[in-house]
Design a binder for this molecule. Sequence first.
Ligand SMILES: [Fe+2]
Length: 383
Amino acid sequence: MDILDQYKEVRTYTEQICKPLQTEDYVVQVAEFASPAKWQLAHSSWFFETFVLLPHLPNYKLFNKDFPFLFNSYYNNAGDRVLRAKRGNLTRPTIDEVYAYRQYVDTAMWQLLHQKLDADMVQLVTLGLHHEQQHQELLLSDIKYMFGQNPLFPAYDSDTSLLGQERNIETGIVKIPEGVYTIGYQGEGFCFDNELGVHKVFLHDFEIQKGLVTNGEYLEFIEAGGYTDFNLWLDEGWTWLKQNQVSMPLYWHEVDGQWMHYTLKGFQKINENDILKHVSFYEAMAFAEWKGMRLPTEFEWEIASGQLNWGQRWEWTNSAYLPYPGFKKADGAIGEYNGKFMINQMVLRGASMATSPKHSRPTYRNFFHPSAQWQYTGIRLAK
Ligand SMILES: [Fe+2]
């Protein structure tokens, strides 16, 4: 598929995700980390306008001179911006204006993509598409978070197929022998800069489970007092649990002795055979401790990944998000994409049922703060 068709496919899918939303749903920001859908629709267009069109399409004019201030996310090289926590204050521009902005950017991008592009330009546009795909997953998780805070627990879409694979395809263990292994992306196609710096690691023998932890297994942990035994928790995790009064995964509710949870299809009974989701790194670590096991490192995960059916949950690893040896940042704003976040976050591997098609690789390094629960996170145990 050429770059123009890829562009059309990705941009169309973003708008498809927003189809079930009503106007009010586009605006609200219920937490600093969860951006409104309207902001994300505009921000993903701003990315192409700022990094592709302005520098590379002759005579391109900004759609609106205020939009760079409104829709820059975190790029200091691209100027001032609305504070992250204030994105929900933007009742204007309207959603119609934001869709018109998307159309305006698309028309200019089509003009650019009809020209013969050099490899660097293809790489830059591809980065914009992968950025937009990351926002597609964020749209789903942020919309879920918004509806999950609404006392009516509205269904995002009762017919959604996004809740596809909820069961483990297989169980058992994979054994990996000790040895020196190569880590990092070695292919020809696209990867993020944080996957580069191919290098060798030594791994001891280890075992990793083929199945992810299920709701039923996690219920046993809750019922055994997992959330009340400080011996199971990292100190920071115990503080987080106490300060936020956490006693179950995000979206879980105990109603008249029945375990329920909010899903994109609405409020439903928890199925014990389904794979657990929406736990923090702290919860994953406490559960592993209770089981007498541990989380894999990101290196163990990558080496075992060829023998695992992964892709249902983002899997917390016990690896801090750090640069690989030889990691290089691009010059300017694009260099702010990943590198500056390599502090106080943990790596997650795999992909989830909310991850966009064609947006996963065994070397992909996702990263979040250990307290994050609102992504489609899960637990795979190792020892
Ligand atoms: Fe972004």
